[in-house]
Design a protein around this ligand. Structure first.
Ligand SMILES: [Fe+2]
Ligand SMILES: [Fe+2]
Length: 181
């Protein structure tokens, strides 16, 4: 698939994300734009900006199957999204996306303030996502090469959405192209 076709497919997917609501009444598109903006604003590497933009694209994939339960979506959207994106993006984008649920479980286990500050929806989905980590899971997470970047992505993911003037999806396309494989 050529680059223009990939860009077009991604734009279509993100357009569809405007119709998928997250639990706090924010669409997946708004939430993704907010996450990408934070990464860009903090001068993160392009791979982090792109990971932030697409970290929840698994919800778009899940939306194609009306029989999928909320339990399945909460649990699997990270790995589904990362697998879908891995044809076009390097692991510096895809692995933090795949690990963004594990990063939440890790932070909820090791940081009591983080756990208490989780929003209602995020606290509920944590149960679907495996709850707190056991010692083996903590070790596996900590020793991953992408632990730090997945935690960073998670911090953007958890930041309260602020409605305001942030760039549109199109604005990020040069950054997205720069990181395509
Ligand atoms: Fe997510
Ligand atoms: Fe998210």
């Amino acid at each position: 698939m050529d680059r223009l076709a990939i860009l077009s497919m991604l734009e279509t997917a993100m357009g569809e994300c405007s119709r998928i609501q997250l639990t706090e009444g924010v669409s997946v598109l708004e939430h993704s734009l907010w996450c990408a903006y934070q990464a860009w604003n903090e001068k993160c590497a392009s791979s982090m900006v792109v990971a932030a933009m697409f970290h929840d694209i698994g919800h778009y994939i899940c939306a194609g199957d009306p029989e999928l339960t909320d339990f399945y979506k909460d649990k699997e959207h990270a790995s589904l999204g990362a697998a879908w994106l891995s044809r076009w993006f390097p692991e510096s984008v895809c692995i933090p996306i795949a690990m963004h649920i594990e990063a939440k479980r890790y932070l909820a286990t090791t940081d009591i303030i983080y756990r208490h500050n989780l929003g209602h929806g995020s606290r509920q989905s944590l149960e679907h996502q495996g709850g707190l980590m056991n010692d083996d899971e903590l070790l596996a997470f900590r020793t991953s090469r992408y632990a730090d970047s997945s935690i960073k992505l998670r911090r953007f993911d958890d930041a309260t959405f602020v409605k305001g003037a942030i760039p549109s999806y199109k604005w990020y396309e040069t950054i997205i192209i720069s990181i395509l494989r």
